[in-house]
Each structure stands twice: as C-alpha cells, then as structure tokens.
Write a protein that binds this ligand. Structure first.
Ligand SMILES: Nc1nc2c(ncn2[C@@H]2O[C@H](COP(=O)(O)OP(=O)(O)OP(=O)(O)O)[C@@H](O)[C@H]2O)c(=O)[nH]1
Ligand SMILES: [Mg+2]
Length: 402
C-alpha cells in the first residue's frame, strides 16, 4: 500500500489533517507534542471513476465509489511534531524522522497563519514565521540523513573496499529506509561525489549528499490554517521562497468539521468537493450553524476546497505518478469472477507492467499470466505492457492442466 507521511512542527495541524483524512479519533489538543506515538490510519485518494464513462453501476470491493468518484485506500502516518535539533535527540522528533523516511511521499505541513511561537505554543496569528518553520524542519531532516551516513561511515568504507563501488556501498546502508539505488546514484552525480575516493570525503561531502538524498523524497507543502489572518501574506512569501514545491492551501479544521457533520448526517459532503448542503437547518445547533458558516465564508468561499483531499491526491497522483488500474475477468460486462462490476482498483507505480499487476493480485495469476486485453480498445496487451492511469484490463491466464 502507498504510504504518505505527515511531517511538520508541533501544533501545525498534522493530527487534525490526519483525523480529517481518516476520520479516526486521535487525540487533538493545542498543547505542544500531543502526539507521542506515530498514528497510522487509512486515508483515501480519489479520481473520476470509469463507471460514468461505461454507464454502469459498479460494486466496489477494495475501494469505494461516491457520486462517480472512486476512493482508493492509502496508508497515512501522523508523526509527533519536530523541533529544532531533533536529530540530536532533543524533543520527540528524532525517533520519528525514521518513520517519516519510510514513507513513499511526505506532506510537510506548516501553520501558514504563523500562530506558533518558538517553543511550539499556539499564540496569536502573525507571531511565528512559517517560512522559517519549514526551513528548520527541512534542515532537521537533512541533518538526520547526515548523521546516519556519518554514523555508518565505517560500514560504508568496509563495503567500498570490498566492492570498489560507492553507489552500492551507500545504497546497502540506506536501502532499509526506502532509498533506492537510483536515489543514491542521482545524489552522487549531483554532488560530484561519484568520482571522489570515499576515503577522502570531508564533512561537507556527507552534508551535501544528505541534502540531495532528502530532495529525492517526493514532498509537497500543505499551507494549513488558511482560515486565519496573515495566511495570505505568508503563503505568498512561502511560494516565492520555495518555487520548486507544490503548495496546497488548506484548512484541516474545516475538513474535519465537514466530515464530522457528514458522518452525523447533518450535511451532504463528498471529500474534495467544492460545496456542501445542509440537510435540515432546524436540526443544527447555533454553534454548528456558526461553524458551517465559518467554513463556507473563510474556506470554501475563498479557496473552493479545504485542501485535505487535494493534498492527498497530489501526493499520490502527481508526486508519485501512480496509475489507478481496474483488473476485470469479463471484458464485456466489466465484472470479476463473482459478477461484481469494476470491483477493484490497484495503485501502480509509474512504469508498472501487466505482469506487475498480476503479481500484486495473486501469485497463481502471476505465474499463469499469458497476456492482457485492453477493455476500451479490445486489443491484446503483452505482459510487459506499461499500465496507464484508469486502464481497465482483463488478465488472460493459462488454464491449469488437471
Ligand atoms: N484555525 C485553524 N486551526 C487549526 C487548523 N488545523 C488545526 N488547527 C488547530 O491547531 C492546533 C494544533 O493541531 P494538531 O492537529 O493537534 O497539531 P499537530 O501538528 O498534530 O501537533 P503535534 O502533535 O504537537 O505535533 C489545534 O488547536 C487545532 O484545532 C486549521 O485549519 N485552522
Ligand atoms: Mg499531532
């Protein structure tokens, strides 16, 4: 399953984002360092389901279809907030950078209203500086990679002596934390260290390698608390400073309010949509009316969305370029073996083939795969066909001899 990690300073709204996305009741409060263990939950990414195109009523099994939108599960991890010098073991951060490093993509959340002071406490909007917060957390992560390389310096040197291959030696040390050989090679080339004898590496060399390794982890910025004052100005500054990032304006609290209201049947709301409808205004308390009006006025009215669903979708479909693929058994009826229409969707990394899809579904299917059929075009697809987003494919399997 695709894993997305939420990182950021304390009190920026990571747990609120996590709760909204998973609707789990994790602890929320405005004391610094509320979250002491990483939370894991299931969130969903969504895209236009093909049921509309084929005008069929589907029977989703491993995913959900709401108003023609297909929601596919991913794993979301909420880690405790990082503070400065976390990599030295201060605060709670250190232990969790490694958890974050294991994610496929990271969502770095900042409090764009600047309502967190230096100690991580909630204060008046405009007090803190989200640009600096972002920079500090990023520096922590780079430092963590740097420490890791330095600490394992001797192992790398030993493997390097044995193999004379610096890329493989570093990869061997980092492969446990989702760093690929390609990441290592890219970083070595960018820093010019590919050509440098490992025994003569200086501190700066380890630092610049750490910097590039960090850059290789797909990351987007969520500018949270857009409903508060100072958010607009800070967002502008952050966007100018960090042009190389996708930044999603967000109000996690607004999304949480909408999803909770939806769960209680007070409103109609599909995550990611630009509006909600109050079902029966007479059933709402004064406080609920106020909260929904606040969401409409401060969030949807200005930015169209709360940003939570959008951030997840961007992480999975844009940063990771995942392709959602529907396998079916019957290419005419679009059903599986049990007659269910478009039951499953698989998120496949870019470059995945039909064979990779078969491997994910079942070892038996993987072993006996002959070819595939593209349902839209009706043509045969070879096993090494590279899957595309929203492909519907029939996997043709050789019958086993009895
Ligand atoms: N106005 C506003 N407040 C928010 C928003 N999102 C979160 N908050 C508030 O910010 C405070 C901190 O939120 P949390 O979700 O606990 O923050 P966190 O990043 O998980 O904090 P740690 O677990 O300590 O790292 C809470 O009081 C939330 O209600 C938002 O979009 N708008
Ligand atoms: Mg938290």
């Amino acid at each position: 399953m695709v894993v997305v990690g939420l990182i950021g300073k304390t009190n920026v709204g990571k747990t609120t984002f996590f709760n909204a996305a998973t609707l789990l009741e994790a602890e929320i409060s405005n004391y610094p360092f509320t979250t002491k263990e990483p939370n894991e939950g299931i969130a969903y990414v969504h895209f236009r389901c093909v049921c509309g195109e084929f005008k069929v009523k589907d029977n989703p099994v491993n995913s959900a279809c709401i108003n023609g939108w297909r929601f596919v599960p991913i794993k979301l991890i909420d880690v405790p907030g990082l503070i400065k010098d976390a990599w030295k073991g201060k605060g709670l951060g250190n232990r969790f950078i490694s958890v974050a490093a294991m994610s496929d993509a990271l969502i770095h959340i900042v409090d764009i209203s600047g309502s967190i002071d230096d100690e991580g406490r909630i204060s008046k909007p405009g007090t803190g500086d989200p640009v600096q917060d972002f920079r500090e957390v990023e520096r922590e992560i780079v430092n963590w990679y740097y420490q890791l390389l330095k600490k394992n310096n001797r192992y790398i040197a030993k493997w390097y002596r044995q193999t004379a291959r610096i890329d493989l030696s570093i990869y061997k040390m980092l492969s446990g934390i989702k760093v690929s050989l390609e990441d290592v090679r890219f970083s070595l080339n960018e820093t010019g260290l590919a050509e440098k004898d490992f025994d003569s590496w200086k501190d700066e060399d380890f630092k610049s390698l750490a910097f590039y390794l960090r850059r290789r982890k797909p990351t987007l910025i969520v500018a949270n608390k857009m409903d508060l004052p100072f958010a607009e100005e800070n967002l502008k500054r952050l966007s100018e400073e960090y042009r190389e990032y996708i930044i999603v304006p967000c109000s996690a609290e607004a999304e949480l309010a909408l999803r909770r209201a939806e769960k209680r049947d007070l409103v109609e709301y599909v995550p990611g949509e630009e509006m909600f409808f109050v079902k029966d205004r007479s059933k709402l308390t004064r406080k609920q009316i106020w909260a929904l009006e606040y969401v409409q006025e401060r969030v949807l009215g200005r930015y169209f969305r709360t940003g939570v669903q959008q951030a997840l979708d961007i992480a999975v479909f844009k940063l990771l370029s995942m392709n959602a693929v529907y396998p079916v058994a019957d290419e005419k009826k679009l059903t599986d073996g049990k007659g269910r229409v478009l039951p499953d969707v698989y998120l496949m990394p870019p470059g995945s083939t039909l064979q990779d899809l078969a491997n994910q579904i079942h070892s038996e299917i993987a072993r006996n795969l002959v070819c595939g059929i593209d349902v839209r075009l009706g043509v045969r697809l070879p096993k090494n066909y590279r899957l595309r987003h929203r492909d519907i494919v029939k996997l043709v399997v050789a019958l086993r001899k009895k």
